[in-house]
Design a protein around this ligand. Sequence first.
Ligand code: GDP
Ligand code: IMO
Ligand code: MG
Length: 427
Amino acid sequence: MPTIVVTGTQWGDEGKGKVVDYLAQKADTVVRYQGGSNAGHTVVVAGEEYKLRLLPSGVIHKNTVNVIANGVVVDPEVMIQEMDALIARGIDVSGIRLSNRAHVVLPYHRMLDGLSDEARGSGKIGTTKRGIGPCYMDKARRIGIRVCDLIDTDEFRKRLKENLELKNKELSLYGAEPLDYEKVLAEYEAYAERLRPHVVDTIALLNREIAANKKILFEGAQATMLDIDYGTYPYVTASHPVSGGVPVGAGVAPRKIDKVIGIVKAYCTRVGEGPFPTEQLNEIGDKLREAGHEFGTVTGRPRRTGWLDAPVVRYAGELSGLDYMAITRLDILDGFDEIKMCVDYKYKGEILKEIPASLKVLAEVEPVYETFEGWKTDISGIRSYEDLPANAKKYLERMAEVVGVPVGIVSVGPNRDETIIIASDLF
Ligand code: GDP
Ligand code: IMO
Ligand code: MG
């Protein structure tokens, strides 16, 4: 099975980086297909922690090709900073490939992201302010600057001049100072020189690798409930984290995808605004946040916390065609006497069969909970499914039943080796 997609099933931060790094041990290539530096993926190898925003989570492995595909919006400054930080730690980054079709995040995208979200007042989304939404907006407006334009000196000068005229007007609407053309130009010309050796046609590269039967791992950022079409709109990101984002975001036909793995945190978190039916605004929520150190990787914001929402994961299962779930952070529940799982939504006394599109309805749904007895023991040293406590297995088995997707991986700690593999046909 040479091509696998790893996608988030909740509101992000499920532990995609950890699982991608684990699976990358057997991969030839790891590919980011959407999002940008709004992502914060953590990889821990032998106690060494790596925080990645743009670079694929396969980058720690020697001899792995890491691809930033056309569907990603790339902030060159962040990409270079991340590469430099890895080089300083002795990691070879020469195998990173950047799509010539990826769109470039410019300073005005970051500024407009912050200014426009603040201007929404109480309706703000709480974005990461990385310029992601504004960059995808320019892509859809047909004024975006792509990597192929960035590395073409004449073209970049022309496009930057045109765009700055417009963007400085937009910035003035928010009372912000205009950006200086020469300054931005000099900064981005230096980035272009640095990135040039990494730029290729990643569509051709990936399709060549698929034809050669190479093992390719597609790494989703964000998650299903933050997908611009399927998430809790407008409290979403601007891209398609679902597995359907892979063909469009990487130029690989849908029929070339062999397996899809959904990453499911054993409970639930959300950063930023928007509905969260199983949120626990009480001491249980506080306990989950403390036990799980739930603070955002990119912004440091405390994450909102709650019980597992199985209807959301079931929805992700349908949307992405999940073959397996990888359950992460099960160890965070070690200290709980009682664990709850939402198995259905009730609205006006009726069980809902679908995830409501309307945020008004979603705000009023009543989660139907099942209660499980905790296992009250440290599971971080366990490496086989059979050895997990009976109560932990009960929780996982019920989850698989309600979601309708088998559990293929259980993660019991942040380190690469703190992983239990159940499915024998993963890669
Ligand atoms: P991502 O955005 O989906 O890659 O997830 P993040 O890296 O933002 O957040 C997940 C956090 O949980 C990181 O700090 C990981 O190191 C950590 N993590 C991943 N899997 C496990 C696990 O099974 N147990 C524990 N305790 N931590 C984990
Ligand atoms: P990873 O890949 C959690 C959230 C933001 C905000 C909304 C829109 O680490 O799981 P954006 O900056 O994308 O326009 O913000 O999406 N968000 C994330 N939440 N994990 C992420 O990425 C996120 N990326 C964006 O908090 O609510
Ligand atoms: Mg994250």
